[in-house]
Design a protein around this ligand. Sequence first.
Ligand code: ADP
Ligand code: MG
Length: 499
Amino acid sequence: MTDPDRVIWDGMLSHLRRHHPALCRHWFSDLEPVGIAEGSVHLRASSDVHRDYLRRECVDAFVDAAQTASNSLLAVRFLGPGDGGPVPARAPGRDASVESLPHAAAGSRGADSREHEMRGSAARGPQPMLRMPPPSPFVHRTVHVSSEAGSVGSEIVLLNPDYVFDNFIVGPGNRWAYAASVAVAESPGQSYNPLFIHGDVGLGKTHLLQAICLRIRERWPDRVMHYISCDGFINNFMQAVQNNETDEFRHRFREVDVLVIDDIHFLTKRERSQEEFFHTFNSLYQQKKQIILSSDAPPEQIPHLENRLVSRFRSGLVTEVEKPTFETRVAILFTKARLRGIELGRGVAEYIAGLFDTNIRELEGAITRLQIRATVEDRGIDLELAREALGDEPRAAAPQPTIEEIIKVVCAFYDVKRIDLLGKRRHKSISLPRQVCMSLARQHTRLSLEEIGAQFGGRDHTTVIHAVKSVKSKRKQDIGFQQTVERLETELLHGSPAN
Ligand code: ADP
Ligand code: MG
């Protein structure tokens, strides 16, 4: 990559971090910028899984970043380790810099990823001069990962490179499911067959299934594997029936080494699909091919699932993923933050882990909100930001305290009279409780600055801002004061004095 190209790539990375923080992964900075050619920035990923993920999830954001960083109508092409890059230019004397490319026109960004790739060619500038490796043939892949809804022949890779075993936090609720998944990934078809993982939504079933696929793919690239959602299986089957392609369908699903079906509970009430799946299952099972399934309930509790399927599912290992403990949630938060290239202090992680305890997606959503707020406000991610960004989550369900309640609680705690608190006196013994009141009102009610000021003897909004700031900085400096405010908050929000 030439220096100007390098500048564009650096600009792209910082644009991505700033404008698409939730999408960013720490491994983006390991992408190899091959160069700019044929109107596209070419980026090489370290594995086909990463490349496919980028193509599937990230094209729009990368095109946005490329066009912003270059101020040109650039497209982006993602390459895998074995993919040939663009053909090196032959025309000497022409500058490959992006200035020579057509400038981006407003509204030119389409939504479809293929459109971006095509637009790259359409926007082809003069012959670029790049030091590119000669094109190499695409690596032949024997591992198949099936599309959700495509026709029998189509394939879209669905694996998420984040979903590896290394990124899976093991805790008391998922220890057995994890161990069984690793065992199956190490010796498909030989340990537990079928492996059936069940549990509530957002507890890591898909992550484990994909981790198995990624491990098998890494260890035995020659094994044929189908990873598909149950919906995908049903859709594929229905389409095959419609198009008279059931033979192809059977061939496709019965001649694999590993079949992975996510959310198998969706098979209920689909009689023909159940029938087809039953035969698929038997065929694979007899050949000692590995079958891995996930579901939101154990086999016998899936409504309308035929008994013969229930007993098939139970014939291997049935294991559950349960709610993560507090410590597991904290560890997951650290992992998710690291993947996004951000640092999370323990206090922040513990704060978030305390707010959400049923679904790990909520933890991820919380990190996203923190990231966005930190970016928009150009601040670091600390406890204060976390409280501001997520503070109303649990309170949304709980009733908010009224300003009268706040005044009452604060007066009682500081042993001051209401009339003094609302009056003009500026003595510290009064002004501090008054500021605490204002700050609590600001944080725990929906009153505006003006409305709060009006409650305290018609003070204006700048006084309230000053009070909120003073309390905030005193909380940071004085641990005793911090505990006092927390105690008042507990009393206001939960109705009983904290001991
Ligand atoms: P499910 O399929 O059970 O609904 P997912 O596998 O989609 O849940 O998990 C939801 C999110 O939570 C994913 O981003 C996943 O990586 C994450 N997750 C769940 N369990 C863990 C864990 N033990 N360690 C790390 N991440 C986890
Ligand atoms: Mg899932």
